[in-house]
Structures are given as structure tokens and as C-alpha cells.
Design a protein around this ligand. Structure first.
Ligand SMILES: *[C@@H]1O[C@H](CO)[C@@H](O)[C@H](O)[C@H]1NC(C)=O
Ligand SMILES: *[C@@H]1O[C@H](CO)[C@@H](O)[C@H](O)[C@H]1NC(C)=O
Ligand SMILES: *[C@@H]1O[C@H](CO)[C@@H](O)[C@H](O)[C@H]1NC(C)=O
Ligand SMILES: *[C@@H]1O[C@H](CO)[C@@H](O)[C@H](O)[C@H]1NC(C)=O
Ligand SMILES: *[C@@H]1O[C@H](CO)[C@@H](O)[C@H](O)[C@H]1NC(C)=O
Length: 791
């Protein structure tokens, strides 16, 4: 059987007659394709068709093939099933019916079913492959395993492949994997480690079928072809926002056992939409064919995203979902699923090029229409007084239209008020005679439209890439983990949030509209259908701010958000008063996690804060380089300084790194800071000092047992922390107590015990350094949230 087919292929081959050695050197030879899960849904719908297309294109190219559909069922049972599927494969229009029939017949003859359950099954298959190679005197080019099975089976199959199916040296092994690749960062890491034990990175091809979509795979090429138009405008000065949207009309009936564990963020945003975001915003590779460069630039882009928290997302769930969950998972009525079926997320890139450009990632089930697109909307500074229909007054945008929707076909659309895209390659063509529909606010006639010359199915496209060993449209382990590192914290923060319930279809109306507020996203309308589940958490007293005394000083107490709001307002008040009086405001800020919420509040809501006349000082610093996460200054920069307009020369980090070393006494860092402070701050009295307090009662970097009374007249000192990094630089109590105003911020249930102890303790420097805070001529205020105060 093999002989005949091989000869047929050689006969079809226009440039036949190469010697075997020569073929092997070119990568020619025999290829075995094994689809594990070969009678499953995906194989039925896309994979066999994709491999048939590969066979069509490769027929005559010097390779011979055999195809195996593998599965757990015994061969007697599954063989007829497999052949039912194989009979449905079809040729594209450009293949003549005769040739198509011939190749289809060959394809069927080259294919067979094999039970692949035990290690012996895999060994048997290898034996068969090798015997046939030997009998036909063929050189082996490679083996391609396509694992179309649930992810929990990957590690085991990969191990079997490694132990018994590796081809002899010289031939390649490629193993294709389908998502889900884990459920969160940890599980993805575990899975990657397991697979890494059996397969080399270059042998793994993780499929994201979005990368095979013609329009998606066109993005980089489009950016490159139109570089001369795009380079001047592909930045924050011109881009208003980027939207990456996948809307579906279907529900998830029948798939609940899978879907309820995943939800829309894991199912669509973490992979498909993230990939599109990378393609749109990554540094344009010099060489688009270089997988190394493409993957490296993608990773760089992912790593420059700002963290996603619950304020960067809104979630929804279609109304019928709970009932489906109850039915399919046999749950009782009171088990409520929080799994989102809709999500809108706003991401930001922390790079000068894109700073402040919102990137919206949106997907959902049971929406009004089926459509997928990525839209880059540009700012339009033209104002038309009379002729509003003038193209120059309309949205300026580039739309990568993945398909469906009003237009109905994949295309790249560039609004005519932007530019006329560069001429297309052979694979794309311009369309000018289109039906008159509106696409994202513009009539199609207002766009330059390019469409693929020939429709290609995503799986077929990716299969041809796997065969060619081109890895740039696959997901590397590094990118996979970086993507989970981005999404996992958001997923965790959403577990306690109840999604907005939406009716589904066009009845959703404006319910799922969102609006952007700085770096945050919210639903645009306040209508919420409240479930009983959602009640209970918030207390009616949440707007009260309580005033009182704590350790005979002023105390402000409230729920966390109100407390932060109040502290930020008080800080701005102090700034305005100081500047009014003396033209300058000296503010000293402490490190640690407590003040982060305050920094965010200041950055996002206090646009009128007089930063221009404010000097920012550090209360304390860890002896690490400022580039490290541990550095207080690093945090201050990340969460506050980079978001506000403050002159550089008003910023005063502590000099912990001098002479290429950290906090060495004789380098005199503490003294330097003290001198700077004395020179710039009138009477060395800060206007405002913000402190936190640790579980052990430390404040600034003044720790229990730290001989605080030995600091004498010094304003700045090197100190020792019981936790790493041990070395610190800190303002002394002397410096703190000279301030006009000192605020101590205490938050969280974990601090309740400490608050209780402090309320009973008189000054005890050795045990509770914070009790030494007692401004001689200024005022002290405690800001304590209800969690810390009431436990
Ligand atoms: C595959 O199996 C061999 C032993 O059969 C082992 O030495 C090797 O580390 C495994 N993994 C890879 C990636 O080759
Ligand atoms: C681009 O990368 C491909 C694949 O690595 C390589 O074959 C090709 O030579 C490169 N082209 C240039 C111009 O460097
Ligand atoms: C569904 O749950 C009920 C009550 O918990 C139980 O009696 C029944 O056996 C379950 N049915 C299935 C199919 O699991
Ligand atoms: C410096 O502080 C002293 C004492 O508080 C005050 O009298 C003086 O006006 C201040 N000087 C300036 C320039 O603010
Ligand atoms: C408090 O004010 C008095 C009088 O203005 C001054 O002499 C003293 O140094 C101040 N103390 C501190 C710690 O600033």
C-alpha cells in the first residue's frame, strides 16, 4: 500500500528524482501525523480537514505521509467513526474535481485508527511506523502529535511520547497542545513543568487558534507595510483608545461543567484577546519571520502592562446561567455561581509610547450580535462647524475585523480620513464594491477595505505553520506564564464580586455599557439587579466618618475608602495652607503597603493638588537599589510619582546607594540626607509626615529594641530591621517630632490587636517605637479604619 502511494506522489511531483540523502537534508522524507483524540469534536470539525489541506498542498513536495487517529476506544468500534469523519473532508475551489477525488482517496488510504491507551499501545504504534519506514526504504522527516484531549491528560501522554515515540535522530518531533493551559498561574506553571520533563520547548506547539485567523495574523504585517503612516501616530498623543472585542450570541448550555470552572476571562481574555493586544502594541519586529524576535517582543509588551485589579474590570452573567448550572451540575438553588459570562477589562501599558491609552478587552456570551474585532481609535481634533458628514469630522480608526457582524467577512478597514494603506501582497485584495453597512460608526464607504484573497481556516493555517516548524504563531511557555501572571491577581480579586445579571440578546440594551474613569472601568448605568447574595457585606453606616481621641491625640476613623478620602483631603488642605503661607510644602512619605491606597487616591482624584510646589521626602528606605520591588522609593514612584506632574528636583529619595554599595556607615548617606533636609526645609520641620505602624509597633524604620534614644540630635539614621532586607535608613523620632503635622495611618483587621494594645500603653520606646511619636510644636492625628479599630 505504501509503495503505491509513494510512487503516486513522486509521479505528481514536478521536480521528482532527488536521492534519499538529499531529501533528508532538505527536511524531506516521511511524516507521521498522530491526532490523539482523533474522533473528538475538534478533530471532526477542524483537524482532519486541516491535515487534508496540508496533504493537498504538500502532495508533490517531497514528503510522504501517514495519518493516525488515536483514541481510547478499541479499533473495531472507532475505525468506522473515523472514516465517517474522513469522508467529509473537502478541497478548496482551485483544485479540480478529479485531482480532489484522487487525493482524497489517497488520504483515506494513508489514514488509520489506533487505540492509544496504554504505554504498549504507543510502543506498538512506533514499531509499526519504524517497520514501514524500513520496508519502504524511506527516510523519516518527523512525527507530529496533535493532542486533542482534555488538558489533564497532557502530562501522561507527553511522558508516553517521550519514552516510546521519539523518532530516531535527525527527524523532528512536534507536539501540539490545545488550551486550556492551566487555570491560573500556579496550575499553568505545574503543567509547564510536567510537560517540560517530557518535551523540549521547541517541540511544543501551544495553539491559540486566534493566531491562525487571517486578520489577526495580518496585524504585524499591516503595521510593517504601513510603517511610514503609522509610526508618527501609533502613540499616546494620537491614539484615543484600543478596543479588542469578541461578542457571542450563544449561551454555554451543555458545556457548564467546563465553563463554570473557567468563565469568560479564562476562556477568552487571558488567551485570544491578550494575543491580539500583544500584536497591536508590541514593538514591531525587524524580521517578522523570526520567531525569536516576535516572541521576545511579545513578552516585553506583556511585562510592561500595569497590574490588573478589581477596579480594572466589570463582570456580568446572563440571567439563565444559574438555572443551567443548577441543572447541569445538579446544584441546589442556594448554591450561587459567580462565574462571569461577560467581562470588560481596561489595561494600561506602562511605557511612554502608550502611557494613558486605555486598552479595552471585552467578551461575553448571550450578547446582541456575533462579532469580533480590534479597533484602534485615534483622537480627532478636527471640528466641522457645518458639514458634519464631512469625512474629516468622523471617527478616525483602523479596524481589524475578524468576521461575522454587520460586515460578515474578515477585513482590515482604515477610515479614509487616516491614510490609504500600502498596496497589498498577493494574499490580500482591495474591495471597493461593498454593500452599504455601518461598521463601528462609519459607513463601509468611509473606509479603505482590504480582504483576504482566499479564505483560509485558522486551524488549516496553523497546521501548515506547525508542519513548516514556524513557531511565531504559537504560545511559548514564557508568554503563557506571563499572561497568567497578569490575569491571576484579577481573577482572585473577582471571586467575591457578584456579576451584574443581564437578560441576554438585544434586551441587554445599555446594561453592559462601560465608562472609563482614569485607569478604572465601571458600568455606565447604575441599574443593578441585586441578588440576595450581594446584600450583607456593605453596611448602611458606610458613609460615616467618626472623630475621637486615640492615645490623647486626634483620631479619624471610617471605612477604609472613606478614611483614605479624608486623609487625602487633609493632606491637600495642609499643602494649600503651607504654600499659601511660605510658597512650599514639605511632605515626608513612608513606605510599606499601607499608604498605597492613599497614593492611588492622590493620583486619580486630586488633580488640583499643588504638586509643583511640593517637595516629597522619604520617611524611611530599605537598603536595596531603587530599581527593586522592595525599594520604598520604587513603590512611591510606581504608585504616585509617575502619575503626577511634579518637578524632578522636588523629589528627594534617600541616598541608600553610594559608591556602588548599600548603606555603608562611612559613605555617610544618612548625614547627606540630613544636610539636604536642613538646607531645604525651614527649621528641619516637615509640614506633613505620613507614618504607618507595623504589627510589632514599629514606625518609619524604627524597630522595637532599636536603641532609639541613641540617635541624639540626628535627623536621619541607619537602622536594623528584624525582617529582610535588614538594613534601613530612617528619619529619627527627633526629625518626626519637629514636624508641623504627623499622620499615622492604621488599616486592616490584622492591626486590631495592636490598636487595642496601643490604646492602653503609655510611652514605651523599647517595645512600641510608635509611642515615641509626639510632635513638640505640631499636631498628631491617627487615621484608623473600622477594621483596625473594631476588629
Ligand atoms: C525524555 O525521556 C528521557 C529518558 O527516556 C529523559 O532523559 C529526558 O530528560 C526526557 N525529557 C526530554 C525533554 O527529553
Ligand atoms: C528572518 O528570520 C528568518 C527565520 O529565522 C530567517 O530565515 C531569515 O534569514 C531572517 N531574515 C533576515 C533578513 O534576517
Ligand atoms: C442530584 O442531587 C440530588 C440531591 O442532592 C441527589 O439525590 C441525586 O442523586 C443527584 N443526581 C445526580 C444525577 O447526581
Ligand atoms: C521659618 O520658620 C520660622 C519659625 O517657624 C518662621 O518664623 C519663618 O517665617 C519661616 N520662614 C519661612 C521662609 O517660611
Ligand atoms: C518648638 O518651638 C520652639 C519655639 O519656637 C523651638 O525653640 C523648638 O526648637 C521647637 N521644637 C521643635 C522640636 O521643633
Amino acid at each position: 500500500m505504501f509503495v503505491t502511494v509513494f510512487l503516486l506522489l513522486v509521479a505528481l511531483c514536478a521536480h521528482g528524482g532527488n536521492g534519499l540523502e538529499e531529501e533528508a537534508a532538505r527536511g524531506a522524507g516521511h511524516v507521521s501525523v498522530i491526532i490523539v483524540g482523533g474522533t473528538g469534536d475538534l478533530a471532526k470539525k477542524y483537524l482532519w480537514q486541516g491535515f487534508f489541506q496540508l496533504y493537498l498542498h504538500q502532495a508533490g513536495g517531497g514528503n510522504t505521509f501517514s495519518f493516525y487517529g488515536g483514541g481510547l476506544s478499541p479499533a473495531e468500534k472507532a475505525t468506522p467513526l473515523l472514516f465517517e469523519i474522513l469522508k467529509t473532508v473537502s478541497c478548496s475551489k482551485d483544485v479540480s474535481p478529479e485531482r480532489c477525488a484522487l487525493l482524497k482517496e489517497q488520504f483515506l488510504r494513508l489514514s488509520q485508527y489506533r487505540q492509544l491507551k496504554t504505554l504498549e499501545d504507543y510502543q506498538e504504534m512506533t514499531k509499526q511506523i519504524e517497520e514501514q519506514l524500513q520496508q519502504e526504504g524511506m527516510v523519516e522527516a518527523g512525527r507530529l502529535f496533535y493532542l486533542s484531549v482534555p488538558a489533564f491528560a497532557y502530562a501522561d501522554i507527553a511522558e508516553k511520547i517521550n519514552s516510546s515515540c521519539r523518532p530516531s535522530s535527525g527527524a523532528w518531533l512536534r507536539v501540539v497542545l490545545e488550551k486550556p493551559f492551566g487555570h491560573d498561574y500556579r496550575s499553568a506553571q505545574v503543567l509547564s513543568t510536567q510537560l517540560g520533563n517530557s518535551l523540549k520547548e521547541e517541540e511544543m506547539y501551544r495553539i491559540d487558534h486566534y493566531l491562525g485567523k487571517q486578520v489577526v495574523s495580518k496585524i504585524l504585517q499591516f503595521r510593517k507595510d504601513n510603517q511610514r503612516f503609522l509610526e508618527p501616530i501609533w502613540n499616546r498623543h494620537h491614539i484615543e483608545r484600543i478596543e479588542i472585542v469578541l461578542k457571542e450570541t450563544l449561551d454555554v448550555k451543555g458545556r457548564i461543567p467546563f465553563y463554570d470552572q473557567y468563565g469568560v476571562i479564562r476562556d477568552v481574555l487571558q488567551n485570544h484577546l491578550t494575543e491580539v493586544m500583544m500584536l497591536l502594541t508590541m514593538k514591531l519586529p525587524q524580521n517578522l519571520s523570526s520567531s525569536d524576535e516576535v516572541l521576545r517582543n511579545k513578552l516585553e509588551m506583556l511585562n510592561s502592562l500595569m497590574p490588573l485589579g478589581k477596579n480594572q474590570a466589570v463582570i456580568g452573567q446572563y440571567q439563565g446561567y444559574q438555572e443551567e448550572v443548577q441543572k447541569e451540575l445538579n446544584r441546589t438553588k442556594d448554591r450561587i455561581s459567580h462565574t462571569p459570562t461577560f467581562a470588560a477589562v481596561v489595561a494600561h501599558i506602562h511605557e511612554a509610547q502608550y502611557e494613558g491609552v486605555p486598552i479595552l478587552l471585552i467578551s461575553g456570551k448571550m450578547l446582541d450580535e456575533r462579532v469580533g474585532y480590534a479597533r484602534v481609535l485615534f483622537k480627532n481634533d478636527v471640528f466641522c462647524l457645518q458639514n458634519h458628514n464631512n469625512v474629516h469630522c468622523k471617527p478616525k480608526q483602523i479596524v481589524f475585523y475578524f468576521g461575522h457582524g454587520s460586515l460578515g467577512y474578515p477585513s482590515v478597514l482604515v477610515s479614509k480620513n487616516l491614510f490609504k494603506p500600502a498596496g497589498t501582497d498577493a494574499l490580500w485584495k482591495e474591495v471597493t464594491d461593498h454593500k452599504d453597512v455601518a461598521v463601528l460608526g462609519l459607513s463601509v464607504s468611509d473606509y479603505n477595505v482590504q480582504v483576504p484573497a482566499v479564505d483560509k481556516e485558522a486551524y488549516a493555517e496553523l497546521i501548515s505553520h506547525i508542519f513548516a516548524g514556524r513557531k511565531n504563531s504559537f504560545v511559548s511557555t514564557e508568554i503563557l506564564l506571563a499572561s497568567w501572571a497578569l490575569w491571576t491577581p484579577l481573577l482572585n480579586s473577582l471571586t467575591s464580586i457578584f456579576p451584574r445579571i443581564y437578560p441576554g440578546g438585544s434586551d441587554n440594551g445599555a446594561m453592559l455599557d462601560v465608562h472609563l474613569n482614569g485607569k478604572e472601568i465601571k458600568y455606565n448605568s447604575e441599574v443593578v439587579i441585586i441578588s440576595p447574595d450581594e446584600m450583607g457585606g456593605a453596611s448602611p453606616s458606610s458613609y460615616q466618618v467618626m472623630k475621637g481621641k486615640f492615645r490623647s491625640a486626634e483620631m479619624v476613623s471610617a471605612w477604609t475608602e472613606d478614611l483614605i478620602e479624608r486623609l487625602a483631603a487633609d493632606m491637600q488642605g495642609a499643602a494649600e495652607a503651607a504654600i499659601h503661607q511660605g510658597g512650599v510644602f514639605h511632605l515626608a512619605l513612608s513606605g510599606g503597603s499601607t499608604p498605597l491606597a492613599l497614593f492611588h487616591r492622590l493620583a486619580l482624584y486630586h488633580f488640583s493638588f499643588p504638586w509643583r510646589d511640593t517637595h516629597v521626602w522619604m520617611v524611611d528606605e530599605r537598603c536595596v537599589p531603587p530599581t527593586e520591588q522592595d525599594s520604598n522609593f520604587h513603590n512611591l514612584h510606581e504608585h504616585l510619582l509617575q502619575h503626577i506632574k511634579i518637578p524632578y528636583y522636588n523629589i528627594h529619595p534617600m541616598p541608600v546607594q553610594l559608591n556602588q554599595r548599600l548603606c555603608v556607615e562611612e559613605d555617610g548617606g544618612a548625614l547627606l540626607y540630613e544636610e539636604e533636609l536642613k538646607k531645604l526645609v525651614n527649621g528641619s520641620s516637615f509640614h506633613f509626615v505620613l507614618l504607618g505602624v507595623g504589627y510589632d509597633g514599629h514606625t518609619a524604620s524604627l524597630f522595637p529594641g532599636g536603641k532609639l534614644d541613641h540617635h541624639g540630635e540626628s535627623l536621619v539614621a541607619l537602622t536594623e530591621s528584624p525582617t529582610k532586607p535588614h538594613q534601613r535608613m530612617s528619619l529619627t523620632l527627633g526629625a518626626i517630632n519637629r514636624a508641623h503635622k504627623v499622620a499615622v495611618l492604621v488599616m486592616g483587621k490584622g492591626k486590631h490587636e495592636l490598636v487595642t494594645q496601643l490604646s492602653r500603653t503609655t510611652e514605651n520606646l523599647l517595645r512600641y517605637p510608635v509611642t515615641g511619636v509626639n510632635p513638640a510644636n505640631g499636631s498628631l492625628s491617627w487615621y484608623i479604619d473600622y477594621d483596625a479599630l473594631l476588629g
